[in-house]
Design a protein around this ligand. Structure first.
Ligand SMILES: [Zn+2]
Length: 349
């Protein structure tokens, strides 16, 4: 489909631009997660909407169906977002008028997963603003579960990147182009950028790594996590250097556990203090996985509160810490968001 065809389609089903921004930004949000985890995703324009597949399964879809009857003529809008986590049917306060949570059963996900659905009959000329605000708030609360689902859908149980589904044959990059255009993320956004490398450059290296791994020429990442030191956590490569010719390992790539990688290292730009507090936890010999322990997590919260109010609080040592504080590779990482797109942030030209 061409950009104009897609534009015409969305104008027809969602005449208000803000409504288009709402649904398409949901798509972009999930796409940016899928990009973070793997290249195994595709977006498809359907006859009545669009769909994002990650690995073999649906991750998000949105449909617009005309309903014509003697009583009314409306557009039935459905947004489906897949989530992974326990008890999603109990955790959220859903509005039964237009929200539902249904348990799903995809073999590849390997943990409890759900479909959150927003289903609404929009009458012509009706403003969706307030209802979409409410739904948007709800979806924000589900962010961690949505991320977890996409991580699960991207990888096999032993951490290998999944193959794309049959939907990849109908992948529609123009849909992403239109979504970025309408949500105005083009050029301004740091989405996908890291250390002065664009997503395109990063993706090219990822693809090459997967190719070499398939051929057995490049080892999969193995532990311990090079940030928190956890010897038992599953690790994947985090790349710092995407310049050509590719360097593998050393200061170009680090094996990190999921928590250090996604929840801390990549979030250091948006939450610098959390990053610094987490490093303090690491330096007392703490693993990321220790924060699942209620007692440790409570102490860590107390530490964060104390730091925020300028008080002194010493975290209890959990294990000996072998590295020289301030000299670790991760202590030298920039937390300045402008570094994401800054060409001078590259370790090599
Ligand atoms: Zn870690």
């Amino acid at each position: 489909m061409t950009l104009t065809e897609i534009e015409n389609y969305f104008r027809h089903v969602l005449p208000r631009k803000d409504d288009q921004v709402f649904f398409l930004s949901q798509l972009l949000e999930s796409v940016s997660l899928a990009r973070e985890y793997s290249g195994a995703w595709s977006t498809t324009m359907l006859s009545d909407g669009f769909r994002l597949n990650v690995g073999q399964v649906e991750a998000l879809s949105c449909t617009f169906k005309k309903v014509e009857s003697a009583q009314k003529s409306c557009c039935q809008i459905e947004l489906r977002i897949l989530l992974a986590g326990d008890d999603c049917d109990l955790v959220f306060n859903l509005n039964p008028e237009f929200e539902s949570m249904v348990a799903m059963n995809y073999a590849s996900i390997g943990q409890s997963h759900w479909c959150y659905s927003f289903l609404f009959d929009a009458l012509p000329s009706m403003s969706l603003e307030s209802i979409l605000n409410e739904v948007g708030g709800q979806i924000k609360r589900m962010a961690g579960l949505r991320r977890q689902y996409i991580d699960r859908a991207s990888h096999t149980s032993i951490g290998k990147v999944r193959n794309k589904s049959n939907f990849a044959a109908s992948h529609c990059p123009t849909l992403i182009e239109y979504a970025e255009l309408i949500c105005k993320v083009e050029n301004k956004s740091t989405d996908g950028w890291y250390n002065g490398y664009s997503w395109k450059e990063r993706e090219a290296r990822l693809k090459e790594a997967h190719r070499l791994q398939k051929l057995g020429l490049l080892q999969h990442a193995s532990g311990p996590c090079q940030l928190c030191g956890d010897p038992n956590a599953e690790v994947k490569y985090h790349d710092e250097d995407y310049s050509l010719p590719y360097l593998w390992g050393g200061i170009a790539a680090y094996a990190l556990c999921l928590h250090c990688h996604i929840h801390k290292l990549h979030r250091r730009f948006s939450n610098r203090q959390l990053w610094l507090d987490f490093l303090a936890h690491v330096r007392r010999g703490g693993y990321a996985s220790d924060l699942k322990n209620k007692k440790i997590s409570k102490e860590f919260s107390q530490y964060r509160k104390a730091v925020a109010s300028g008080e002194v609080f010493t975290l209890v040592s959990l294990r000996p810490y072998a590295q020289e504080i301030g000299q670790e590779w991760f202590s030298k990482l920039s937390t300045d968001p402008s570094s994401l797109r800054d060409p001078s942030a590259r370790p090599r030209p």
